[in-house]
Design a protein around this ligand. Sequence first.
Ligand code: SAJ
Length: 434
Amino acid sequence: MSLRDKIENREARIGVLGLGYVGLPLAAEFAGAGFTVLGFDISEHKVAQVNEGASYIGDVPTAELAEQVRSGRLSATTKFDRLAEMDAVSICVPTPLSKTKDPDMTYVEAATNEIARHMHKDLLVILESTTYPGTTEELILPLLSRSGLKVGEDFFLAFSPERVDPGNPVYHTKNTPKVVGGTTPQCTELASLLLSSAIEHIHPVTSTGAAEMVKLLENTFRSVNIGLVNEIAIMAEKLHLDVWEVIEAAATKPFGFMPFYPGPGLGGHCIPIDPLYLSWKLRTLNYKARFIELAAEVNTAMPDFVVDRVAYALNDVERSVKGSRVLVIGMAYKRDIDDVRESPALDVMRLLQARGADVHYHDPYVPELRPQGDAPGASSVELTDEELRAADCVVIATDHSCIDFERVIRESKLVFDTRNATKALGRHDHVVKL
Ligand code: SAJ
């Protein structure tokens, strides 16, 4: 039976490498579409949780996962030799930056080498991990071609960028349009056929490079616009203007404008990182991607800007940062999630500590901070009235919906609001906004 037939009658066995915030939802969608899915991960813990039907990803409800595991549609393993049983494999492993801010392709290479070890005729491989244009053709294809099998005839290779917005209440894997580009038209067609069985709208492009570039355009668009609005916030402060009022008014323009909002910096494992994959690739071609590098410069300077503003606000009440007790509300990189990766709130806390402040934090989604480098661990404090009153300054770094900011204002001596979390609560002399 051909791969096409196996996909059409849902008999194709699907492997998903990497069971994180991209892989687990994708595996669940393929299982929901009627395929038998085997998740692969190096983490025994993740594999055990999946096989117990216990979801560790907010976007995958445990009830749904448990049902798929019970029915045998979905299971997980750390035994990569079972890749030999797969008809199609999606690679959903991390693509972080190295210490020198260059692409770290070790996870993608390791996953691809595992697949290469178990290559067989008619295998479809789809890379989902965000990466620089050229990765699929220059890194993946040669590793898989060592088998002697010919791409587009004996095996099929495509790139299809993940578009997961963690915590988004409306858009999930199934209803978010998916771009896909294959090494050959046949690769594009087969990858599109498989993906369209689990995802409502597929948008094919003519090459893997185009698909890789689409994702980087999406995330560079965000990084550059956030960098712009952060610089507007810095300008507004020098002009003694309320940047939030200005953005709210600009957003009344019904065409040609899209609001972005300033903040304490740029967090997450995508937006601060993915654009640097593009600028790195262009540097190898002797081109300087100026917008990407400038946006990164502005965004990474925001924690310092915030701490300077906190220092000025304390100074206005005749307090120095040194010796002051500061409570930072919110450690997650954005509201209503528990992820602290690249979170600017961590930088704000550490910069305040470096200036001698006694810093505590409260985040209902982040009960503990593990020690990182020379930074000690910490635990989230209860947001009691006493805790608020004891602080010389409360810094709102993440505007979680569950936090009662009215009480924060009422019980605090001084509030520095980096997220306009207090906008609906009127003006207060002791509340300073970014
Ligand atoms: N941020 C601002 N101002 C804004 C928007 C965001 O300061 O106007 C900050 C956030 O607080 C956060 C960071 O930027 O720290 C990233 O925010 P994000 O909303 O882009 O969140 P991510 O990184 O979790 O998800 C993004 C996706 N988000 C949206 O499209 C809304 C999307 O770009 C990608 O699908 C995803 O990264 C990814 O995996 O690439």
